[in-house]
Design a binder for this molecule. Structure first.
Ligand code: HEC
Ligand code: HEC
Ligand code: HEC
Ligand code: HEC
Length: 503
């Protein structure tokens, strides 16, 4: 049915009114947003170079600061990640035996978030119960990846000097959790590398950090801390310091770093049951990530862990660094069109398949340590044990390299599984040699597997006095931490914040 001319004119008139109205709304919203963004970037304070207090930076950059503060939220839980405090030893008591004789058998919680970096370090049983300066088990170097007070101190006292002395010595100095000055230059706000160990590690590989592209910097800021490292106590000219070194000279792979440590006969600790000269892997997150497909396609850590976010018409970098599974829309769906559920399942699928291989290797390693202990008990000789212990050393290194890598089974599933497979092979070979040796020593039956199905049983099995360790920690929290906080408060109060005059 044809419309009359009159109806058509009215329709045209009303649709024009609607369009004009919508255009007006759009224009006013654009103007609002422009005004707002100009307003948001009005600096409120002068930020001195290396300012360690995040709240001071927050005055000029409230959106980034507020999103950073959300790393305090520990409510998200995923299959293996999230911000909640997970007791890894409770979940997996085998690790108590694998780490026997080393701090990680006392206490091993999963990382929560940057906001907790200082608190979690103080509370961990691994840092012990210092009773004052010069006491406690850990060197000062342990603070290196925890706080923007670290580059401040390195600047004030020197890098080697920072690595000297005990962890407790710097307690009153290192109080601000990981933050702005770790990654930004206060003057230009561009990304910066504040940790010399990364600059030195890249240099050992023939790379110059100053040549890094902007996209590479969006991963390298994380590689300041999320990497494998060790403390070198014998660096020429730096004796007496536990100098932080990334063992990258031969490359990043498990084999490259293993060769690096073997060549210098480096030993983190001697396993009390098997007497193996052990290596402890830290968390080669960056190294493993770099072997995966996302890295190959030029995706950076920040793309998934610090995606853009829009608020009040303003696009900014979300500083709530966390599991990307808590934010699939911004973290993944900017590149992938699949549904959230599919993407999460892709991650879980890779993690779960990897986990089953990892557990196989853990079980073999526990057995190998205990069987080696039995061989010593029956009078095995050093020369007979040497090739076996080398196998255990390498197998556990391979296991730890990927087990301690946060997110590695998603970041690079093929490499993660490859490394575990080499570890399984090495552990099997060591056990084969052990069974031959044991038979030669007159032992022809399986060595019994201990009852270690809870953390408590496993800790008792390796001879830890947990009550004593916990008591020392409580005393430390009661007596020492309040002193540190008081000292830090007074020091920071003497550095007032300079407001920007508004004229
Ligand atoms: C393509 C996206 C992507 C990129 C790029 C990426 N990650 Fe991840 N990352 C993930 C996912 C997905 C997980 C698994 C989260 C989970 O299990 O809840 C994860 C886990 C982690 C975890 C453990 C977090 C947790 O809650 O358990 C850390 C730490 C981490 N990544 C650091 C890095 C670093 C450092 C880089 C760069 C070298 C990087 N990631 C690059 C997606 C990414
Ligand atoms: C100055 C050192 C440092 C820098 C730089 C750093 N991190 Fe971390 N990160 C840590 C420490 C330490 C923790 C553990 C904090 C805790 O739980 O107490 C952590 C925890 C995390 C976690 C959460 C928990 C987990 O399971 O490990 C993620 C995710 C993460 N970091 C990703 C990143 C990404 C991505 C970057 C770069 C954009 C980055 N970090 C830069 C030191 C650092
Ligand atoms: C772990 C490293 C890291 C930390 C810690 C960090 N940032 Fe960032 N920040 C980044 C990255 C990566 C970007 C994206 C930079 C780019 O791509 O140019 C960024 C971008 C920014 C920008 C540029 C605008 C934007 O949103 O993209 C500002 C401003 C900023 N950060 C402020 C802060 C403040 C304030 C803090 C402390 C509360 C902080 N940052 C802590 C890594 C960090
Ligand atoms: C900046 C873009 C980008 C982001 C962000 C991104 N991806 Fe990817 N993703 C890629 C590219 C590129 C590939 C390689 C496949 C290709 O070339 O088509 C890929 C491959 C994958 C694969 C298959 C490869 C493998 O390792 O098995 C999965 C699964 C995947 N992404 C999941 C995710 C998840 C989950 C997130 C969020 C946590 C995410 N991606 C974030 C770009 C991205």
């Amino acid at each position: 049915m044809a419309l009359s001319n009159k109806t058509r004119n009215w329709l045209l008139f009303f649709s024009t009114v609607v369009v004009v109205f919508l255009l007006g709304m759009l224009a006013s919203s654009i103007m609002d947003r422009k005004a707002e963004s100009r307003f948001a970037y009005q600096p409120q304070v002068n930020i001195p170079a290396g300012e360690p207090r995040n709240a001071v930076w927050g005055k000029n950059f409230p959106r980034q600061y507020q999103s950073y503060m959300r790393t305090a939220d520990t409510s998200f839980v995923s299959y293996q990640g999230g911000g909640n405090l997970r007791d890894i030893l409770e979940e997996n008591p085998r690790l108590v035996v694998l780490f026997a004789g080393y701090g990680f058998s006392k206490d091993y919680n999963q990382g929560r978030g940057h906001y907790y970096a200082i608190e979690d370090t103080r509370n961990s049983l691994r840092t012990g119960g210092p009773t004052g300066p010069g006491t406690g088990p850990m060197p000062s170097t342990c603070w290196t990846c925890k706080s923007p007070d670290v580059p401040r101190l390195m600047n004030e006292i020197g890098i080697t000097e920072f690595y000297e002395g005990k962890w407790a010595d710097k307690g009153p100095e290192v109080v601000n959790a990981i933050g702005c000055a770790d990654c930004h230059d206060a003057n230009t706000m561009s990304l910066r590398i504040s940790r010399p160990a990364l600059v030195e590690g890249l240099k050992a590989m023939g790379k110059d950090v100053n040549q890094a592209t902007h996209q590479e910097m969006r991963s390298l800021v994380c590689a300041q801390c999320h990497v494998e490292y060790y403390f070198n106590k014998n660096l020429p000219g730096k004796e007496g310091a536990a100098y932080l070194v990334f063992p990258w000279k031969n490359g990043h792979s498990a084999e490259d770093m293993e060769r690096y440590y073997d060549d210098m006969s480096f030993v983190d600790w001697t396993h009390p049951i098997s007497k193996t000269p052990m290596l402890k892997a830290q968390h080669p997150d960056y190294e493993v990530y770099m072997t995966g497909v996302h890295a190959k396609r030029g995706v950076s850590c920040a793309d998934c862990h610090m995606p853009y976010r829009t608020e009040g018409g303003q696009k900014f970098t979300d500083h709530h660094i966390q599991s990307p599974l808590n934010n699939v829309v911004n973290s993944c769906q900017v590149c992938h069109r699949e549904e959230t559920e599919d993407l999460v399942n892709d991650v879980y699928d890779r993690q779960q398949k990897f986990k089953s291989n990892l557990v196989t290797l853990e079980d073999l390693l526990v057995r190998a340590h205990i069987e080696a202990g039995k061989a010593w008990e029956l009078g095995a000789g050093e020369d007979q044990m040497e090739p076996i212990l080398k196998g255990i050393r390498h197998a556990q290194w391979r296991w730890d390299y990927v087990a301690a890598t946060h997110g590695g089974s998603f970041h690079s599933p093929v490499e993660a599984n490859r490394v575990v497979a080499t570890g399984i092979n090495l552990a099997q070979e060591a056990r084969l040699k052990l069974s031959r040796l044991l038979a030669g020593l007159g032992w022809n039956k399986p060595v019994p597997y201990p009852d270690i199905n809870t953390k408590e049983k496993a800790q008792a099995f390796v001879g830890l006095d947990m009550a004593k360790l916990e008591k020392e920690k409580e005393e430390f929290k009661k007596n020492i931490i309040p002193q540190w906080l008081e000292e830090a408060k007074n020091r920071e109060a003497s550095q007032p914040i300079e407001e920007v005059s508004l004229n």
